[in-house]
Structure formats: structure tokens, C-alpha cells
Design a protein around this ligand. Structure first.
Ligand SMILES: [Zn+2]
Length: 249
């Protein structure tokens, strides 16, 4: 009876021995686990033989592993397992753009490269299967068609709601201007982006007092619009500004 239950637990993956994930990054552990499990499944290896340690890297995805099982001190007691360490780029990155008067930096969220991550992991799994480099196919030839079925989000991303706070003064200035931002919000911290946008708009429009003066500044405005569009493109957002003329009565 006890034996039976133990088997059942192992199959269910609850309470039984599972692949151990140590996640030291800001990427969602559940999302990472799904991709890792898929890679282990693709190579037909037993997940319980693996300890996967994901740490922060700079811009590249890289990994290393020991060729033999080692004693891994994880959780409640350790175990003999293949230890694979994977380095992945951090969630946050900064996009910098320069203008004549100021430097603008927007903190963005990176998009997790599931394809690249899977390739590195599959390569490392192959090492644990006893393969040497000369016995493996080239890294670039590793096929990962399943990668498109997975998304790895930053931790807590799905729960996060972005709100934009605009002061009354800013609202007054922004009257008559509507802004559309569309695209993958994951790619940019939209709050920061919008804040900077509003600030820039205010800087240019706060002194406007009549239509003619406004027209004189359209050139500047367009230049800034171009800049904003460029920045938006860099983070994969579509950006559209429409300006309604203010009616003076
Ligand atoms: Zn290698």
C-alpha cells in the first residue's frame, strides 16, 4: 500500500521527487519550469535526475553542466543529480535615446528568448547523456519548434496593472491631444514610457498660447514625435499621436 502510494506520488509530481528548479532570476518560475520540462521530455530523460539552476546573466544565454551526477544540496536534503546551470539575461534593460537638450532612458522589460534558452538547455542535457561536442550537432542546428508554444513572463507580470497618473496641469496641456499606444505591453514598462512622454509633451506645449505659435512649433513637435516613435519601435510598440486643433471662441 505504501509502495503504491509512493509511485502514485511520483507520477503526479506532488510530494514525489521531481526536477528541481532553483530560480535566481526575475523570470516566472512556473513559466521556466514548463519550458525546462518540455526540453527534458524532448530528450526522453527522467526529470527527477536533474537539478536546474537558473541565474542572471548579461545579454546572452549560456549554460554548463557536469558530465556525471553530483551531490546537489537542495531543499530538504540533497540528492545525486545532473546539475545544469543556465545563465539568462535579466528582465530589465534600458533603452537610451539622446536629444540635443536631454538624454532619455526608458527602463524596459526584455522578452524572454525561449528558443535560445531551449537550445542551450538541450545542449546541456545532451552532455548529461554522455555526448561530447564532436558527437553533437552544431548548436545552431538544434531544432526547437516547440519554443513558439511557450512564453516566459517576468515574475508577477500577469497580475500587474499599470496606471498612469497625470496632474491637472498636465491634463490641461494635453487637452486636444490623444495618444494611442498599442503593441506588446510586455516589451515595455508602459507607465515609465507614458510618464516620459507626458513630460516631454508638457515641456513643448506648456508655453503655447495661440494657434500661430503652435504651428511654429509643429516642426519641433514632429521631431519629438519621430523620436518617440523611434523609441517605441525599439521596444516593439506602435505609437500614434493625433493632434486636434484647439478651438478658440
Ligand atoms: Zn557543450
Amino acid at each position: 500500500m505504501v509502495g503504491k502510494r509512493r509511485i502514485y506520488k511520483n507520477i503526479r509530481g506532488r510530494g514525489g521527487i521531481q526536477m528541481k528548479l532553483i530560480n535566481e532570476t526575475e523570470w516566472d518560475s512556473r513559466d521556466l519550469r514548463r519550458v525546462i520540462m518540455r526540453c527534458l521530455y524532448e530528450r526522453g530523460v527522467n526529470p527527477k535526475d536533474y537539478v536546474i539552476h537558473v541565474t542572471k546573466g548579461r545579454t546572452k544565454y549560456s549554460g554548463y553542466t557536469y558530465l556525471r551526477k553530483v551531490y546537489c544540496n537542495v531543499g530538504r536534503g540533497g540528492r545525486y543529480a545532473y546539475y545544469i546551470r543556465l545563465r539568462v539575461p535579466d528582465v530589465k534593460r534600458t533603452v537610451k535615446t539622446e536629444t540635443k537638450s536631454s538624454n532619455i532612458a526608458i527602463e524596459c522589460m526584455r522578452v524572454f528568448d525561449v528558443k535560445e534558452f531551449s537550445r542551450v538547455l538541450l545542449h546541456e542535457i545532451d552532455h548529461t547523456r554522455g555526448l561530447r561536442h564532436d558527437e553533437m550537432i552544431s548548436y545552431w542546428d538544434i531544432k526547437v519548434p516547440f519554443a513558439k508554444d511557450y512564453v516566459v513572463y517576468p515574475k508577477g507580470y500577469k497580475e500587474k496593472q499599470y496606471t498612469i497618473r497625470v496632474t491637472d496641469e498636465e491634463k490641461e496641456v494635453l487637452r486636444g491631444i490623444s495618444v494611442q499606444i498599442s503593441g506588446n505591453l510586455l516589451k515595455c514598462n508602459i507607465l515609465e514610457f507614458a510618464k516620459i512622454y507626458y513630460r516631454l509633451m508638457c515641456e513643448y506645449l506648456s508655453l503655447l498660447w495661440d494657434i500661430r505659435e503652435q504651428d511654429r512649433r509643429v516642426g519641433k513637435l514632429l521631431a519629438m514625435q519621430g523620436l518617440l516613435e523611434k523609441m517605441a519601435n525599439e521596444v516593439g510598440l506602435k505609437f500614434k499621436i493625433t493632434r486636434k486643433r484647439r478651438r478658440y471662441t
